[in-house]
Ligand binder design. Structure first.
Ligand SMILES: NC(=O)C1=CN([C@@H]2O[C@H](COP(=O)(O)OP(=O)(O)OC[C@H]3O[C@@H](n4cnc5c(N)ncnc54)[C@H](OP(=O)(O)O)[C@@H]3O)[C@@H](O)[C@H]2O)C=CC1
Ligand SMILES: CC(=O)[C@](C)(O)C(=O)O
Length: 329
């Protein structure tokens, strides 16, 4: 598969164009500052009176209402929560779209599941960092970047690819590598990754390891250092050098023990569960469930958030992170 880098991208098709970033949260702040510092013409379209409005102004952005920004922009890049994009798009963006505009996203969710249908004459593109927003910004400031995906769902002007790849360059993604895919593939792989591996799977693994040690009588602080804090350091090795070199860097004891026991933790049943999770995403069961959850006011999500915050690993971890200065008081 071809991976695109800096030399493959340019800003030619973005010259003279205004990019309105809608939303100033995890992705919105990072992407808008990076694109602006890369020389692109970025304005913010934000909820008037919200926390982001002041924060974006403080960061030196030109801030407008969502409607105003949509009217002024050539590219409208929607970076607000997925579950509200449909409503905001229909009421505050769609009425101001013009032929030749580009509607851009960082996740394919709303286009793939048809919550948003763009009008004729409007490009539909995606520029999706494969990273949390804070690292999109941090790595850019360090002169590097995070990898990303670009997708062209609809190209009405013949410029959609160059616009998406130019934005990817402006965000810093072409420094680390950009792959072109489709809205369907990005949506399905991203949802799968965050559910089965990155956020869901990993936290459940950490939790299970921590609780196993604590229930066996070991100090929670030791269990936290062993199963959570050190995990980042090991994953950093994999991030930088791959599995083989991570195994090389850890002790022979860890290598032998890890390689011989890991399939007793992530079992064949775990793999079957992963396949089921992917099927639920592909056949729409997940998005239907998430839509009902949001229509009901997020009752399950709010109670799970509360329980997550009450976990011993959270209490112990917060105390240790504050004591060593990793987390501000
Ligand atoms: N989080 C991540 O790391 C990643 C996210 N993505 C994708 O990026 C997109 C944005 O996600 P993310 O950055 O996490 O979003 P956030 O939850 O961080 O978005 C917060 C922003 O949305 C605004 N907002 C919330 N509700 C409304 C509303 N009703 N009307 C107008 N503005 C509103 C907030 O404004 P206010 O301050 O006024 O509340 C704030 O500016 C999504 O499509 C997501 O899937 C892709 C890759 C990674
Ligand atoms: C950081 C990222 O890409 C995630 C986990 O998929 C998300 O926050 O949507």
């Amino acid at each position: 598969m071809q991976v695109l880098y800096e030399a493959d991208a340019n800003y030619d098709k973005l010259k003279g164009k205004t990019i309105a970033v809608i939303g100033y949260g995890s992705q919105g702040r990072a992407q808008s500052l990076n694109m602006k510092e890369s020389g692109l013409n970025v304005i913010m379209g934000l909820r008037e009176g919200g926390a982001s409005w002041e924060s974006a102004k403080k960061d030196g952005h030109e801030v407008y209402s969502i409607e105003e920004a949509a009217k002024m922009a050539d590219v409208i890049h929607i970076l607000i929560p997925d579950e509200i994009q449909g409503n905001v798009y229909n009421s505050q963006i769609k009425p101001y779209l013009e032929e030749g505009n580009t509607l851009s996203f960082s996740h394919g969710y709303n286009i793939h599941f048809n919550y948003i249908v763009a009008p004729k004459g409007v490009n539909i593109t995606m520029v999706a960092p494969k990273s949390p927003g804070k690292m999109v910004r941090k790595t850019y400031e360090e002169g590097f970047g995070v990898p990303g995906l670009i997708c062209i769902e609809k190209d009405e002007t013949g410029e959609a690819y160059d616009i998406a790849l130019g934005m990817a360059k402006g965000i810093g993604l072409t420094r680390a590598g950009v792959i072109q895919t489709t809205f369907r593939e990005e949506t399905e792989t991203d949802l799968f990754g965050e559910q089965a591996v990155l956020c869901g799977g990993v936290t459940e693994l950490i939790k299970a390891g921590f609780e196993t040690l604590v229930e066996a009588g070991y100090a929670p602080e030791m269990a936290y250092f062993e199963t959570c804090h050190e995990l980042k350091l090991i994953v950093d090795l994999i991030y930088q050098k791959g599995f083989k070199n991570m195994w090389h860097d850890v002790s022979n004891t860890a290598e032998y023990g890890g390689l011989t026991r890991r399939e007793r933790v992530v079992t064949k049943e775990s793999k079957e569960a992963m396949k089921e999770i992917l099927k639920e995403i592909q056949d729409g069961r997940f998005t239907k469930e998430f839509a009902l959850e949001n229509q009901a006011g997020k009752p399950h999500l709010n109670s799970m958030r509360r329980l997550e915050g009450e976990l011993l690993i959270e209490q112990v971890g917060a105390d240790l992170r504050k004591k060593c200065g990793l987390e501000k008081e």
